[in-house]
Design a protein around this ligand. Structure first.
Ligand code: CMC
Length: 429
């Protein structure tokens, strides 16, 4: 039988090493045994941007990038998107199982109970400039929650953890809606007891005066589906930030704020906003070929295309495209859809994009849907952050109870000066 080991010969010393292979990986610390002399630190791996390094074991989300497979706790994303609610999926992410009917009622009740925010948090949001980017408000406000719940620092206590998870899931839609209304100078709308999670968020965003906000069910369902699609995506940039920052045992509000900051960037959750700005910049279908030419010449990227892991198609994009048709039937077609479809058509036939395996990702069409639903462009990253909070916290919890995890602390290859002596100011030039 073939051995599950890797044989390494160090040609510097002629020594041989047997490194065990488990789950298709070798443990990087095993390489430390490989030394030129006993005083050596031992061999390290160099992997900028973590292109080929597993930093944890996780049972939350499975992705096969070549086959375009995405599963939460074993369930295919397409099935969850078709049939579940976001809160059911959040329960699945945290507790490993879909909830029974009584469990779901209980879970929904707990989340609702935590949807209000302290008056002082409201005042904090008031302090931002009228034109502050809602994602900046979101990140800062989530961080500020740690000052309201100091007991959250007891991160090794499972009940304390559960409490903060319910709080964060409950409060992030309220913070998002308040950030949105602040810039419009509109009075805040508080959560209402008789509304579900998505209905409540929509009401807090769009309700005017005392009239109940009653959007078509298709739009509520579409938002629920979009939240499911965005709930988790294993070790992406923001989740890695959550795990890395959380590994210092800081409270989950500070760690979530760090994750949200990572999400804000245009290469990650900020891409949905960037796609809409790109479509605005292109302006007309006739300008698409010129735009593609510029992208190929290295003048900018085709936002909403490409993925570190998916090299065939992004299964979330497939669901979203179908969803777009349903939404546009209610809202009317987003005029930018024609430009997006033409961009996609050209890109999918073009050698540049084909050879680099660049396909539309989750962000290519989600922004068009959000815009058709009435969300302004700069709230898009926040719409990503609300459901991803579930994924971040599920990973945070998993990391804290994993006995193999320690404070995240990568190594480096030092490239600076060798030791040199201090130069007094009057001798420097
Ligand atoms: N447009 C044009 N060229 C691209 C694009 C793009 N969107 N993405 C990658 N490339 C090129 C890149 O220039 C490189 O070309 P070359 O080999 O000639 O240097 C090649 O494709 C490989 O790209 P890479 O930068 O090594 O790939 P990566 O795995 O480091 O980056 C990515 C992945 C998602 C950051 C990148 O594809 C990108 O910037 N896409 C646009 C931003 C975007 O849509 N982000 C949302 C990602 S999905 C939602 C989420 O989970 O955040």
């Amino acid at each position: 039988m073939a051995q599950e080991t890797l044989s390494i010969t160090d040609n510097r010393t002629g020594k041989q090493y047997e490194i065990p292979i488990t789950s298709g990986t070798i443990n990087a610390t095993e390489l430390r045994k490989i030394k030129e002399d006993p005083e050596d630190f031992g061999l390290m791996t160099y992997d900028p941007s973590f292109m080929n390094t597993a930093s944890c074991r996780s049972s939350i989300t499975y992705i096969d990038g070549d086959k375009g497979i995405l599963r939460y706790r074993g369930y295919p994303i397409e099935q969850l998107a078709d049939t579940c609610t976001y809160l059911e999926v959040a329960h699945l992410l945290f507790r490993n199982e879909l909830p029974t009917a009584p469990q779901l009622t209980d879970w929904e009740g707990q989340i609702k109970q935590h949807s209000f925010i302290h008056k002082n948090i409201e005042q904090l949001i008031e302090g931002f400039r009228y034109d502050a980017h809602p994602m900046g408000i979101f990140i800062s406000t989530v961080a500020a929650l740690s000052t309201f719940y100091p007991q959250a620092s007891k991160v090794l206590d499972p009940e304390v953890r559960r409490q903060q998870i319910r709080r964060l899931i409950g409060k992030v839609p309220t913070i998002a809606a308040f950030a949105f209304r602040h810039r419009l100078g509109m009075a805040y709308v508080y959560p209402e007891d008789d509304l579900g999670f998505i209905e409540n968020f929509s009401s807090m965003m769009f309700k005017r005066g005392t009239k109940k906000f009653n959007p078509p069910q298709t739009l509520i369902r579409a938002l629920d589906t979009l939240f499911i699609l965005h709930a988790d995506h294993e070790q992406n940039c923001s989740t890695s930030a959550m795990r890395g920052v959380g590994s210092s045992l800081v409270d989950p509000y500070s760690a979530t704020a760090a994750a949200a900051a990572a999400l804000y960037g245009p290469l990650h959750g900020g891409a949905n906003e960037a796609v809409l700005r790109m479509l605005d910049q292109i302006g007309d279908v006739k300008n698409v070929p010129d735009f593609v030419k510029k992208v190929k010449a290295g003048e900018g990227k085709l936002m909403g295309f490409g993925h570190r892991v998916y090299k065939n198609f992004d299964p979330r994009a497939t669901v979203i495209k179908r969803l777009a048709d349903e939404v546009f039937e209610v809202t009317g077609k987003n005029p930018k859809l024609t430009i997006a479809l033409e961009l996609e058509r050209i890109a999918l036939e073009d050698e540049y994009f084909m050879s680099r395996k660049l396909y539309p990702n989750v962000d290519f069409y989600s922004g068009l849907i959000y815009q058709a639903m009435g969300f302004p462009v700069d709230i898009f990253p926040v719409l990503f952050a609300i459901p991803r909070t579930a994924g971040w916290l599920a990973h945070w919890q998993e990391m804290l109870i994993d006995p193999e995890q320690k404070i995240a602390r990568p190594r480096q290859i030092y490239t600076g000066h060798d030791k040199r002596d201090f130069v007094p100011m009057n001798q420097r030039h």
